[in-house]
Design a protein around this ligand. Structure first.
Ligand SMILES: *[C@@H]1O[C@H](CO)[C@@H](O)[C@H](O)[C@H]1NC(C)=O
Ligand SMILES: *[C@@H]1O[C@H](CO)[C@@H](O)[C@H](O)[C@H]1NC(C)=O
Ligand SMILES: *[C@@H]1O[C@H](CO)[C@@H](O)[C@H](O)[C@H]1NC(C)=O
Ligand SMILES: *[C@@H]1O[C@H](CO)[C@@H](O)[C@H](O)[C@H]1NC(C)=O
Ligand SMILES: *[C@@H]1O[C@H](CO)[C@@H](O)[C@H](O)[C@H]1NC(C)=O
Ligand SMILES: *[C@@H]1O[C@H](CO)[C@@H](O)[C@H](O)[C@H]1NC(C)=O
Ligand SMILES: *[C@@H]1O[C@H](CO)[C@@H](O)[C@H](O)[C@H]1NC(C)=O
Length: 829
């Protein structure tokens, strides 16, 4: 009995897990063609194509339903029937969700009733674009296309070629791809002319040619989130002895912005090929190379490479190079910078390249020159190769295609137009605010990330302009003796923090000013010029909500920065885990507003547009009066301690706060700070860390978890229990919306810090000035015990939420103008 119950329970648990992780497409059409019955394959039901469900239509006047009389016992029932067409015929599907769709055609030829399907020859068009031209097959074939559907209808047209007189199809799948399955930027075009970013990828029709589980076994639709098939790589290895399989039993650490289980299933990331170092004849450094035949030469393909570092024992060990068709695509690739400091975290890289003269796509990975002798290695976990179907080249379907092209160019044009507008706006902004951009990628003492600057030569320019003589920051110089006195000669008991640059000490200067003293590791690799540049920049930044630089010291090969001391330490300690008295909602809002002001100033202030790059609750400090100040916009965190050239790509930022766009563009912008700030907003509301690995999987990442509740409109369920009864509904609503906007997937969709600031002030006004009878948020102190949000019945609390139907601006019971006038008088706006 007991074991039965247990078994039953575990079944429930398993089904809960699988139901919460499996992907369910918005549009999902699975047709069993030529059959009067439904049949299932890999747990999916393919419905009879004769059934009229109202959401798809078959228009085939003279089509024939054909059944195989002697089906092979191994073939699935889906392949025992086919629809045969003697005239052009079409399937039309209602599309509910715009965007990328997967379209699959199954062909399983057999002979029956005088039709030998192996002799059929026909074309297949999707929305007027030729996918298959004069196609015929004598074996079972599955063709997969990735297509952007922007019309309400998707049409699949089958057209027999005159000589055979008929065509056929066994099964059709049309379903919505997961969000961001194909993104429009981030792909790299690799050609003999060099590397450039490739845009509008999703506008292309892609045909899957290869899908390879490198170092692993065959995966079928059973094992894959999108019912794909992955095959092993062995047959494609140019030199089999160069590669050695490696596998892990740990499931991958998926991170938002990296690869997701829909991009490729766990199994792909849990196996890989690495360099086989057992064979001495290969030498110390060699490539692993795969040749993938693609059937046509000089044709553009998307090569999607999947990586997950399952070979390293610690971060920043593995540096390798990636080549496509012998052209360098990535040099000194360090996966731990892409996955922000996490091992076994899946990522993928999209490359665009042309097939070579022999119709081959060659992929190689090999050790980087900078990898140290013990750690020489290179890995690859998966490859997908998709042909970029040149729909414009086809000779048929001309008229429909024309309409399609016109539509395409209208929407394409709109896209381009908005991109141009955006670019112009950004450009103007940059021009205005950043007359002297500094070098963009730097470490050591120059971590200030300046939007748009990238040239290394600029460093000297700034150094010259900001030399001590010309702007007088000399006055900030503090003698080493004074600092020794202030810190009791760097007394270990006064250490209040540490970082890659060294230690932070608490100290008191001779004039009784309390200070925080950051002392660079004596004799460390950071150079004096960078240090000076740093001081030149930091000394010019003065703002009530930024921790200011009080002085510096560069005597006796010391590099020391002295900052104002923040009595109450990091915001984080006041939210959870430290036992400090809890902050009220109003206090929290004021702190967020202060931090937003500081950040807004960094982005747009008189000095330069500066990107903080590491906004988190430990970098927002509180003074005696709980005034928030943003800290650490000056100093770099520890970079990998290799030579300087490679660290230029070292990431700043912290796990859980990092802009998901970073994964794709590998570039942080001021909107990355906005994203991180959005995470802080939820941290402040929910009083839990941005990442808590001890929680259930769907709760680990605060940004993802909170967004699920926010999207369902029941954010009140997860607010800090200490705030229950304090927050007014309108205030919470606006706050939730503001945080949600900050967390938009794409930087362009996020507000500026100026907008965030304005919105937070509004939130405070809503909290302060509404009538006192306004309903308060009751919250749910047991939020942690709730099942995952997907299991909460949709709209279960819509009735509470409905109590405050408003005008969409979150203003329900006070007029906007009232709020506006109050804001006008607010200091400091
Ligand atoms: C096949 O499935 C569809 C959708 O689930 C259903 O509407 C239809 O009645 C089924 N047809 C048969 C013959 O079972
Ligand atoms: C069908 O056609 C193929 C190719 O022409 C041929 O090899 C096969 O024998 C034919 N099958 C039958 C049953 O006629
Ligand atoms: C989908 O795309 C069509 C045509 O491009 C457009 O008219 C329609 O508004 C879009 N629908 C949604 C929900 O975006
Ligand atoms: C794939 O799915 C099949 C059927 O469920 C299972 O037997 C097999 O072990 C799975 N393979 C992997 C690698 O998970
Ligand atoms: C080592 O590699 C060479 C090719 O470089 C190959 O001929 C040889 O068989 C390999 N030896 C072993 C033991 O795999
Ligand atoms: C790896 O292949 C690339 C491209 O063909 C080549 O330039 C490079 O020298 C190779 N590296 C090694 C270590 O053989
Ligand atoms: C794709 O984007 C580029 C750059 O934004 C633009 O020049 C080009 O016209 C776009 N192509 C289409 C088809 O929209």
């Amino acid at each position: 009995m007991e074991t039965k119950t247990l078994h039953f329970l575990s079944l429930i648990i398993i089904s809960l897990i699988s139901s919460s992780t499996s992907y369910s497409p918005t549009d999902n059409y699975l047709l069993n063609c030529g059959s009067a019955t439904n049949t299932s394959l890999y747990n999916r039901v393919f419905v009879s194509d004769a059934s009229r469900t109202g959401s798809f239509f078959l228009s085939a006047d003279r089509s024939i339903s054909l059944a195989d009389q002697n089906p092979s016992p191994n073939s699935p029932a889906l392949y025992h029937t086919a629809r045969v067409f003697t005239t052009p015929s079409s399937y039309k599907f209602n599309i509910k969700k715009n965007g990328t769709h997967l379209v699959r055609f199954h062909f399983s030829p057999f002979a029956a009733r005088g039709f030998n399907l192996s002799t059929a020859k026909f074309s297949v068009l999707v929305n007027g674009n030729v996918m298959l031209n004069d196609f015929s097959t004598q074996v079972v074939v599955l063709k997969e296309y990735i297509i952007k559907a922007n019309d309400k209808m998707l049409e699949i047209l089958l057209r027999p070629v005159a000589e055979s007189g008929f065509g056929f199809i066994s099964a059709i799948e049309v379903f919505s791809a997961p969000k961001d399955f194909i993104v429009d930027y981030g792909a790299k075009l690799v050609s003999a002319d060099g590397i450039e970013e490739y845009q509008n990828l999703s506008l292309h029709v892609l045909e899957t040619i290869h899908r390879i589980n490198v170092g692993g076994s065959k995966l079928t639709a059973f094992n894959d989130t999108l019912w794909r098939t992955w095959i092993p790589d062995d047959d494609f290895l140019v030199l089999k002895t160069a590669a050695k399989r490696v596998a892990t039993t740990h499931t991958p650490n998926y991170q938002s912005g990296g690869a997701s289980p829909e991009i490729a299933p766990d199994n792909v990331y849990m196996t890989a090929q690495q360099m086989n170092k057992d064979n001495a004849t290969l030498g110390a450094r060699f490539n692993i190379t795969w040749d993938f035949p693609v059937g046509s030469s000089g044709v553009r393909h998307l090569v999607r490479l999947h990586f997950c570092d399952i070979v390293s024992t610690s971060l920043n060990q593995l540096y390798f190079d990636v080549y496509v068709n012998d052209l360098s695509a990535y040099k000194d690739l360090d996966l731990s910078t892409l996955t922000f400091h996490m091992l076994s975290s899946p990522v993928y890289l999209d490359l665009i390249a042309d097939s070579d003269d022999l119709g081959t796509m060659r992929v190689s990975v090999g050790p980087s020159d900078i990898s140290t002798s013990l750690k020489i290695n290179a890995i690859l976990n998966g490859v997908e190769i998709m042909k970029m179907v040149n729909v414009l080249d086809s000779q048929t379907g001309y008229k429909k295609r024309r309409i399609w092209i016109v539509l395409g160019s209208i929407f394409g044009g709109l896209l381009v137009f908005s991109l141009v507008v955006l670019a112009v706006v950004l450009l103007c902004k940059c021009r205005k605010q950043k007359p002297k951009p500094r070098r963009a990628e730097s470490v050591g003492w120059t971590p200030l990330r300046v939007y748009g600057g990238s040239s290394h030569t600029r460093l000297s320019e700034v150094t010259v302009n900001a030399s001590p003589g010309s702007n007088g920051y000399h006055s900030l110089r503090i003698p080493i003796a004074d600092i020794q006195l202030a810190t009791n000669n760097f007394d270990e008991n006064l250490i209040i923090g540490s970082g890659g640059f060294g230690m932070v000490y608490k100290g008191v200067l001779k004039d009784n000013t309390k200070v925080a003293v950051k002392r660079g590791v004596p004799g460390s690799r950071q150079g004096l010029p960078e240090f000076q540049t740093e001081i030149a920049v930091l000394s010019r930044i003065r703002h009530r909500h930024l921790v200011s630089l009080i002085g510096y010291c560069e005597e006796q090969s010391e590099m020391i920065l002295v900052y104002e001391y923040m009595e109450r330490g990091p915001l984080k300690n006041h939210l959870y885990g430290s036992g400090y008295p809890t902050l009220s909602w109003k206090q929290r809002l004021e702190i967020c507003i202060g931090a937003a002001r500081g950040l807004h100033y960094l982005h747009t202030g008189s000095t330069q547009g500066i990107i903080h790059r590491d906004i988190k609750s430990t970098n927002i400090l509180l003074d005696q009066n709980y005034v928030a100040k943003v800290a650490d916009f000056g100093l770099s965190r520890s970079g990998p301690c290799l030579n300087e050239t490679h660290v230029s790509t070292g990431v700043k930022g912290s796990f859980g706060y990092l802009d998901p766009e970073y994964f794709r563009r590998q570039q942080l912008t001021d909107k990355s700070d906005v994203y991180s700030f959005g995470v802080v907003l939820f941290e402040v509301l929910c009083a839990r860390p941005a990442v808590d690995p001890l929680l259930a999987r769907e709760q680990v990442n605060l940004a993802e978890w909170a967004m699920q509740w926010q999207k369902k409109g029941i954010l009140e369920k997860i607010v800090d229990p200490h705030l229950v009864g304090q927050i007014k509904r309108s205030s919470l609503k606006k706050y939730g919306e503001t945080a949600e906007k900050c967390l938009a997937d794409y930087g362009v969709d996020r507000p500026t810090m100026g907008d965030v600031l304005w919105n937070l002030e509004y939130v405070l006004q809503l909290q302060e000035s509404g009538p006192s009878r306004e309903p308060r948020v009751n919250g749910n102190a047991n939020a942690q015990e709730l099942p995952s949000p997907s299991m909460v019945p949709q709209g279960s609390s819509s009735d509470d939420a409905g109590a405050e139907k408003d005008d969409g601006n979150g203003v329900s019971d006070i007029t906007t103008s009232k709020v506006f006038s109050q804001l006008m008088t607010n200091e400091g706006r």
